[in-house]
Design a protein around this ligand. Structure first.
Ligand SMILES: [Zn+2]
Length: 442
């Protein structure tokens, strides 16, 4: 995962212009809301205003805190992790009491920094506490913090399974993000009134171990300096709001209807743009030959046909009958297995040393799942190639950049090709260049 430096200056709050975002309506009568925090303070920073708004409206709330945040000051010469854990539990209880008097806070006590490794336990606990809830609010999967991503994933799974709403709050994005790139699908704002803002400010003040230095010693610096805290004094909060079913983000594309109009809805065969892009992608492959390649969203099979000359076996998937028929006809006699499947919910068995994601990732609502499933089936020497259109398009739940970011965070790029119209990246686990891999450089 691409690290960010929480002590760096970060993005100035004044640069974030969020006036144009769609407005969210706070939960109302009969709803029940679970707010999940990865660490004590996430709940206040990301959803303190929402919590206070729920209290105003008599909406039942439960706050679940996954870790005790004991790893916030690993170099501290004055405070042990156990002392931090004790202190932060008290802080979050005080903070939540400011937001929602009498609200229950559940502590899961999972290890700070290792929530991804405890995802099954995390998910089971979230599911348990979400009983009777209508909305789960979690940290955002795109926050570049592995604990936040793990919470987002667990919440998404539970929301999908039980058909609940799911809102995700960014925290570190406000620090490392680029205000020019706020085209995050589902991003919306919840406006806060002055009482709610005041309650949030009081709650923030409770998290003293995070916004004040533990001591004057190195290693005890504040995690949340004033520049960072400024992002959380807005009279609104932002959430990436999805419905209960993550796959319903954005308007789903009716691929069958597209193919009913034409056999080649994107002009993949005839357009010079597509031909050239295909040659660039194939030229970017870092090896002459692969053992086993997977191409989800194979459309009419133009890549599958070419990959079959560079791999012992190709698995080509699509979700549309007409696409599968065309691919089967094109690759007849070649070592290509053509089948129906929708990533990332479905994924082919076995190990691949090449996964090609060509113009397919932005249909995936859950990019973390896409990245995790890709990596789970990727050989140690595996190569992931992604190529995505950069302009807005109907049905794209994600931007090209968001798709590529989840791989950027997990793998090393050996090819980065950026055009106005598309991104092309090739990643491996090692990041070793083609010259090194092929012995040109030792
Ligand atoms: Zn956190």
């Amino acid at each position: 995962m691409t690290a960010f430096d929480h002590l760096a200056a970060g993005t100035d709050e004044a640069l974030w212009v969020l006036d144009g975002l769609p407005r969210l309506v706070a939960p109302g009568g009969g709803e029940r809301v679970l707010v999940l925090a990865a660490h004590p303070d996430d709940e206040t920073l990301g959803a303190g205003g929402l919590l206070a708004a729920c209290a105003q409206r008599d909406v039942a709330v439960i706050v679940v805190v996954a870790s005790d945040g004991e790893a916030s000051h690993p170099q501290s010469p004055t405070t042990t992790p156990a002392q931090l854990a004790t202190r932060r539990r008290l802080e979050v209880q005080a903070a939540v009491a400011e937001l929602v008097p009498g609200c229950a806070v559940r502590f899961l006590g999972l290890p700070d920094g290792q929530l991804a490794e405890h995802r099954a336990a995390l998910q089971a606990q979230v599911a348990h506490h979400a009983a009777g809830c209508t909305l789960i609010v979690s940290p955002w999967s795109g926050d570049r913090h592995p604990d936040h991503a793990a919470c987002a994933r667990a919440a998404a799974e539970v929301a999908t399974e039980h058909d609940l709403g799911h809102w995700q709050y960014p925290i570190w994005w406000w620090h490392w993000g680029d205000p020019a790139e706020t085209a995050v699908p589902g991003l919306a704002r919840l406006d806060l009134d002055s009482d709610t803002c005041a309650a949030k400010a009081r709650a923030l003040a409770c998290h003293q171990s995070q916004h004040a230095a533990l001591s004057d010693h190195a290693g005890d610096e504040a995690i949340l300096p004033p520049r960072m805290l400024a992002h959380f004094t807005r009279p609104f909060e932002c959430f990436v709001a999805t419905s209960g079913r993550a796959r319903e983000i954005g308007a789903p594309v009716d691929f069958e209807a597209l193919y009913a109009q034409t056999d080649d809805p994107w002009g993949l065969a005839g357009r010079f743009y597509e031909q050239r892009k295909r040659e660039l992608v194939l030229a970017a492959l870092p090896r002459p030959h692969f053992r086993r390649a997977f191409e989800p969203g194979c459309a009419t099979g133009l890549f599958a046909e070419r990959l079959a000359t560079r791999a012992d076996e190709v698995v080509a998937w699509d979700v549309t009958d007409r696409a599968l028929q065309q691919t089967r006809a094109r690759v007849a006699g070649l070592p290509v297995t053509v089948a129906r499947g929708r990533i990332p919910d479905d994924w082919p068995d076995g190990c691949f040393d090449l996964v090609l994601l060509s113009e397919v990732g932005y249909y995936c609502a859950d990019l973390t799942a896409l990245a995790e499933r890709t990596l789970a089936g990727l050989s140690d020497d595996g190569v992931v190639v992604a190529c995505h259109w950069r302009h807005p398009a109907p049905g794209h739940a994600q931007s090209a950049q968001a798709v590529h970011r989840v791989f950027e965070e997990r793998l090393h790029a050996i090819v980065t090709h950026i055009e106005d119209d598309f991104l092309l990246h090739v990643w491996t686990r090692t990041g070793r260049s083609v010259a090194v891999e092929t012995g040109v450089l030792s």
